[in-house]
Design a protein around this ligand. Structure first.
Ligand code: SF4
Length: 327
């Protein structure tokens, strides 16, 4: 049995004081951390219960929104401002987990959730993310759910989040407090590629705390969607998911944003496809070519080879659907 302490801080400063010794973990909904503790993957010396802190959703002067770190996923998905200004985010949340889990899970907890690679949870398996330097049993193992983009020789685990794919599309910013002050990190810089140190996943230091996630105003997001292909229609992680937003000038693509889930080691902003699409005429062939460009660097590991073609098709279909709605 692992001994641990439990503390419920009054505010952010109190929480940071509790995290200062590097032994603590913030606990919000517990929908991932408690599983990781049960599976003997995480062994915090202290649980710092931040579940009652920063639960509000506030407007920003530019028309954007500040999602408190402790705001529940279900509350964010139901918020009228989110549904009207950032429909892709509401859709992504509603495609994740179950209603019960969404009622518990927090924004910051979702940002920090860890991979569902089964070898990561299996103490008898080799896993560089859980035990650095031991190897990766997924690369030559059962890897149907694993990533094809952003992988390395050390790790091919897919990032599990739906919500964070929408955050990547929306150019969200992670607000962080810590003993060295406050700072903001763009979500697309927040996640590290695995490289040769897959155990280091984000830009967050062990003594820092996420306080909010900001969504800047984005008129393009008013016409956005989230499409997810999974093995069953509820409570399953993505095989491939696509967040997309499109702005047309007649039949020409004025602006476009695309982000991918289920296929990459982090929420994946599809910059190659976006750059190829701007200024192009709307057509299924143009969408398909852009999708092929984005997936050109993809590498399958056998069981997950199918994700490459599936991702091309889901990107093409999502853009086609948005273009149809825009005309
Ligand atoms: Fe571990 Fe990553 Fe390999 Fe999975 S893919 S076993 S998380 S190193």
């Amino acid at each position: 049995m692992n001994e641990l302490t439990y503390r419920r801080p009054r505010d952010t400063a109190d929480a940071l004081e509790a995290l200062a010794h590097g032994q603590g973990k913030p606990l919000a909904g517990g929908t991932n951390l408690v599983d990781l503790m049960r599976q003997n993957v995480e062994h915090p010396g202290a649980l710092v219960d931040v579940s009652r802190l920063a639960r509000t959703i506030e407007g920003l002067p530019d028309g954007g929104l500040r999602l408190g770190a402790g705001a529940k996923n279900s509350a964010v998905a139901a918020d009228r401002r989110v549904r009207e200004r950032f429909p892709v985010l509401a859709e992504a949340i509603l495609h994740g987990a179950s209603g019960q889990i969404r009622n518990m899970a927090s924004i910051a907890g979702n940002v920090m959730q860890r991979t569902r690679c089964p070898y990561f949870y299996d103490g008898a398996a080799r896993c560089n993310k859980r035990a650095p330097g031991t190897g990766c049993d997924a690369i030559h193992g059962v890897n149907r759910m694993h990533a094809v983009l952003g992988t390395s020789a050390s790790c091919i685990a897919a990032h599990p989040s739906d919500l964070c794919v929408a955050l990547a599309l929306l150019d969200a910013t992670v607000q962080i407090s810590g003993p060295r002050g406050d700072r903001a990190v763009a979500i697309n810089d927040f996640y590290r590629l695995p490289g040769d140190s897959p155990h280091i996943e984000t830009a967050l230091a062990i003594d820092e705390l996420i306080t909010a996630v900001d969504l800047p105003a984005a008129p393009i997001a008013q016409r956005s969607l989230y499409r997810k292909v999974r093995d069953r229609s509820s409570f399953a992680f993505a095989l491939v998911s696509v967040a997309a937003a499109l702005e047309l000038d007649g039949t020409t693509i004025r602006d476009v944003r695309i982000a991918l889930g289920g296929v990459a080691t982090r929420p994946w902003r599809a910059r190659l496809a976006e750059d190829a699409l701007r200024g192009q005429p709307v057509s299924e062939a143009v969408f398909r070519r852009a999708a092929e460009l984005e997936l050109a660097p993809a590498v399958g590991h056998g069981h997950n080879d199918f994700k490459i073609e599936l991702a091309r098709r889901v990107i093409t279909g999502a853009l086609d659907e948005l273009a149809g709605a825009s005309r």
